[in-house]
Structures are given as structure tokens and as C-alpha cells.
Design a protein around this ligand. Structure first.
Ligand SMILES: [Zn+2]
Length: 309
């Protein structure tokens, strides 16, 4: 069962293995190469090419890794205790409820950590949908990446936000956090995010969950929402539940299992990750990539979202 869910996780959420910190020029080169080869009906080409929100009532349509977003709001790129990174990607759009959740977290973090605030990475495209680069999920405006690097004291310029590297918080063995960078602040921030009532899941690298399990203390209920995932060593991922009133169009995930998830599930993840990184490499030709999702694969309502003016 655990192996099955790991395999599902691998296919569904290869989000941000090394993507969070790529610079503007690295990202632009990847996008140009993709646009050269993608078919015209690839959903990521269509949704990746729209620069504004669909002027419709706010609605998350479909599931986290197959859907789109109507009536998105943009997280302001500068807030009193947050800054949005990599502005050239234009991915600071989300369902209004997610944007409020991020603003709430950003206001809590300075009080809990003493940091000036948080750095926000990719949320969604203006109309959601699959993205040209990175992320299987983030499609319906209910997922957001927050950097594990604190917001610096001095506000970052637009140029700095394109190039500043994020910090890898995992040590060289990939079995624990890197104590050279990890502080109680990261634990406090992730705990605060997990405790927000509409947050359904948080994704972190298994090595980061090791640190959280150790530092959680006696109140451990929040750890059940914090799920191990590939990557997520530069940022963590916040996923909220379908907002009330979304109707059947928005598909929630089953709730995470009870318990803190610090036992066998975590040790299995660590072993799997270790094998993937350091184990023998498979011989033979690389597996052929799946063809990209077309517009037909998304819920019908996403066609209206794509063309709404
Ligand atoms: Zn993410």
C-alpha cells in the first residue's frame, strides 16, 4: 500500500525537484525549447500563453493536477511581510481563498520566527492549467510554494528576485535537515501553515520531515498534514481544500491518514529517496516521456475559462 502510494506520488507530484530556484534565463531557455516542440493543442501551451485572469466568478475546476482556475486573484508582489519571487514567471495567481491564506501565514511568520517575512514562489498561472515548466499540480489555484529561505531584512529588487538562489535545507546524506541553514523558524513556519484551517496538505522533502518530527514536541496533530514528497528541499508546498461553495467541479483529495507519519512511512520514503539518488542507475534507453495533456483531457469548463474576456 505504501509502495503504491509512493508510486502514485512520484507520477503525480514531481513538483519543483530543482525548479524553485531556477533563474529567469534558465527558465526562459526551457520555455523556448518547449514551445518549439509542443503540439498546438497541448494544454500547457494554451494556458501558459495567457497573461491575465479569466473575468469570471472565482472557481477551482477539476483536480489539483488536472484542471484550471476562473476568477483568479494575484498575490500582490510586495506585502508588509512577504515578497513574490521570480516575477517574470507570472505565477502569483490563485483562488482568492488561497491568496488570503498566504497573506494570513505571511502575517503570522514574523511573530513566530522573528524573520521579516516569507518569500513566495510559484502559485498558479492566471487561468491555472498545466504549466510549461515544473509542477504537475498547481493547476486549480489551490497550491502554492513558499521558500524555506526567510525574506531578507532589505526588500529584494525585481532583478534580485529573478536570480537570488534559494537555500537547500537538506544535508548531503538526504536523511536529515542541514543544520547549517535549518533553524527553529522553518519548523514554526511549516507548523503555522499546517494549522491553518483550510490547509489540506503540506509537502516537504522526507529529510525535512525528519527535522519536523524531531522538533514538533508533544503537540503533533499538525504533522499528519505534512507529507513527504520528492524535491521540496528549497521550498515547501501548501495545498488548501476546495473552497466552500465550489460544488462538484472541484475535486478534493482524500484526507491524509491519521498519525504523525514519523514512523515507517517516513523511513520508507527516506530509503526510496536514498536509492533513487545514490543507488545503481538503471541501464537501457530512457523511458519515453508521456505526450503532453491536451485541452480535451481537462474538464469542459476549462475551455470557457481559457477564452473568457
Ligand atoms: Zn509546489
Amino acid at each position: 500500500m505504501i509502495l503504491r502510494s509512493l508510486i502514485i506520488a512520484i507520477t503525480l507530484f514531481s513538483c519543483g525537484v530543482s525548479h524553485a530556484q531556477e533563474t529567469q534565463s534558465e527558465e526562459a531557455a526551457k520555455r523556448a525549447e518547449l514551445l518549439r516542440t509542443l503540439p498546438d493543442n497541448a494544454a500547457k501551451r494554451l494556458f501558459g500563453g495567457v497573461s491575465n485572469a479569466a473575468p469570471l466568478e472565482a472557481r477551482a475546476i477539476g483536480s489539483y493536477a488536472k484542471g484550471c482556475l476562473a476568477g483568479a486573484s494575484a498575490l500582490p508582489v510586495d506585502g508588509e511581510s512577504w515578497q513574490v519571487m521570480r516575477l517574470s514567471r507570472n505565477r502569483n495567481w490563485g483562488h482568492p481563498q488561497l491568496i488570503r491564506t498566504l497573506e494570513t501565514l505571511a502575517r503570522q511568520v514574523p511573530k513566530l520566527t522573528g524573520w521579516p517575512g516569507i518569500l513566495v514562489g510559484d502559485i498558479s498561472q492566471p487561468r491555472g492549467g498545466p504549466m510549461l515548466t515544473g509542477h504537475a499540480s498547481h493547476q486549480i489555484g489551490l497550491d502554492a510554494d513558499v521558500w524555506l529561505t526567510p525574506k531578507p531584512e532589505q526588500p529584494l529588487s525585481k532583478a534580485q528576485r529573478e536570480t537570488m538562489p534559494a537555500t537547500n535545507m537538506v544535508n548531503a546524506s538526504w536523511m536529515d535537515v542541514d543544520r547549517a541553514h535549518w533553524t527553529p523558524g522553518q519548523t514554526a513556519m511549516i507548523r503555522a501553515a499546517a494549522q491553518l484551517p483550510n490547509v489540506a496538505r503540506i509537502f516537504v522533502n522526507p529529510a525535512i520531515k525528519v527535522g519536523l518530527c524531531r522538533e514538533a514536541g508533544s503537540n503533533r496533530a499538525w504533522l499528519s498534514k505534512v507529507r513527504p514528497m520528492w524535491g521540496h528541499n528549497y521550498h515547501f508546498h501548501i495545498r488548501i481544500a476546495c473552497p466552500a461553495g465550489s460544488g462538484e467541479a472541484c475535486e478534493d483529495q482524500a484526507p491524509p491518514p491519521d498519525g504523525d507519519g514519523c514512523g515507517k512511512e517516513l523511513s520508507d520514503w527516506l530509503a526510496l529517496q536514498h536509492k533513487a539518488l545514490f543507488g545503481p542507475k538503471k541501464d537501457g534507453p530512457p523511458s519515453r516521456p508521456k505526450p503532453p495533456m491536451t485541452l480535451d483531457a481537462l474538464p469542459d469548463a476549462c475551455r470557457e475559462v481559457l477564452v473568457a474576456r
